[in-house]
Ligand binder design. Sequence first.
Ligand SMILES: [Zn+2]
Length: 661
Amino acid sequence: MSEKTQKENLAINPSNMDTSIKAGDDFFHYANGGWIAENPIGDEYSQYGAFTELRELTKKQLNELVNEVAGMTNVQPGSPEQKIRDFYNSGMDTNKIDALGIKPILPDFERIDGLKTREEIQQEIVRLHVKGISPAFSFFGSVDPGNSMMNIATFNQGGLGLTDVEYYTNDDPKSREIREKYVEHIARMFGLAGLPDKEAEKYAKDIMDFETRLAKSSLTRLEARDPIRTYNKMSFDDFQASTPAYDWSSYFAALDIENPVHLNVRTPDFFTEINSSIEEVPVDTWKKYLKWNVLNRNANYLSSDIERADFDFYQGYLSGIKEMKPRWKRMTENLSGYLGEPLGKIYVKKHFPPEAKQRMEELVANLKYSLGERINQLKWMSDSTKDKALEKLDAMTVKVGYPDDDKWIDYSNFEVVEGDWLANIYNGRQFFKQRSLERIGEPVDRDEWIMPPQTVNAGYIPVYNQIVFPAGILQPPFFFMNADDPVNYGAIGVVIGHEMTHGFDDKGRQFDKDGNLTDWWKKEDAENFEQQTRILVDQFNNFTILDSLTVNGELTLGENISDNGGLNVSWDAMQKAIQGKEKGNIQGFTPEQRFFLAYAQLWRQTIRDEEMARRLKEDVHSPGISRVNAALPNIPHFYTAFDIGQDDKLYVAEKERADIW
Ligand SMILES: [Zn+2]
């Protein structure tokens, strides 16, 4: 084994640490300082951390497989290999893509130019919706939160080109600057699409005015996290009566579905605005806006000048990235997005051993047991609510690795053609759109995976009461097949506990054991819960980043509750696992210390200022540094493991610590 491989295999790598820093003063840098010093952010990244490293490794693994497939000359038409090969090769053919320039979307532009009436605008909106582009609003089939066994027709706000509603509405200097840059960007894009400067500028201004109108009637990110506020089940007739200017019967006819009996309108005020916009906004403005949707949504799949302009704004300006990723990486990402499961099926055969699945299932069972014990011992919750919580925990299902043999998504309706990149993108979008529409009124299929196996992430689905761990995350530094227990409990164990706790965070707790949005809490228990979580909100609201910005304690609350629970639950499970075993130090660290070090190293991260500011606004997860330095001081064993006392900077008095699950 070479020195390099040996180094990579170390579960805790002391050279990643900076022991000149006191653990009790800044655990994030104590655990990760060495790594941070050695890993300046490369030009193609907005941030770099454990997730990025593993995603990069996975991309390389995937690309090796893709390259094998891409060179195949004899593949069965319609087979996964044919789809992967032709999708990838068509996307890599930059000569052809560049030669075409704006041409592939000109038929859309010409058709939109020909629209004359408000009825025709509505027809064009639905025509684009069928093609998987969502101007104005979005419509899809999804689980009915009130009856989680069934899918319901769902309307949601949307239609904005900027990534956060508040960029349109806030008055701070940064938001104002983002608006100015966005207007410039729209004009630049229409310039590249062939409009004279003056006209492109006029387009940009009108589009911005219209999107601002939509934004003002939209829920903010925080408001949209509220499952009750966004559950508005109504009859078709009531919805139609509330938005008389919009012809919904024609909309559904064009989607080739019957008028649904019931709908969930997640954001009713927004649809009142859509109604007014259909009546009031000039047809001419609508046309510009629709063209912008076509151009903006396809920018990444057109010639390199257009792709470049899109990169400059969304990734360069908003995230601070200096350089576009190499094309093969972008294509691998596209493949995971559009042909995720066919590619994942090949991936797991080579990179996910069955033993890993077994080991994970054991870990999940141990974590579940510990969370049950903790719920039983809670001081702030009454017995009757505890019983319901335990029932919910017991009913929680788990997916590990990849779909069962007969549960992979059937891609036969996704036609991939040779040598036509944009056609493949459109076929893919249409395929997923169709799948979403076909669900409406049908029972929910809980065997379906929400992310392909190669994904480096994990999740909890409230309406399924289900936790999901794809094969992608079951690799170092999250999961070590052969490392000592403390390391695995500190890393993947906390991740499992985190996902389980999502079932009981401020949002998850509003769903019952079957995934129905229903209140199973005694009033005083709910009040106690809120009081406990208030401590976390305040702690994170006070966590300062980049001198003047702070974490948004409300927006990140669900994640912070889950880290708090994940750490406590996994700690208990680890104690059980190492009971009676020899407790020697490894690399000079006690098992308890290795638990916290393994956790902290998951959140090692270097990040650009632009990206940090963007995430503080848009991300429900708080930054890596606060997931360590704000989360750990709530955990009692953290103090004993590193001998942390009142004089240390991270010290939080016992009374002020959050202890929820
Ligand atoms: Zn989470």
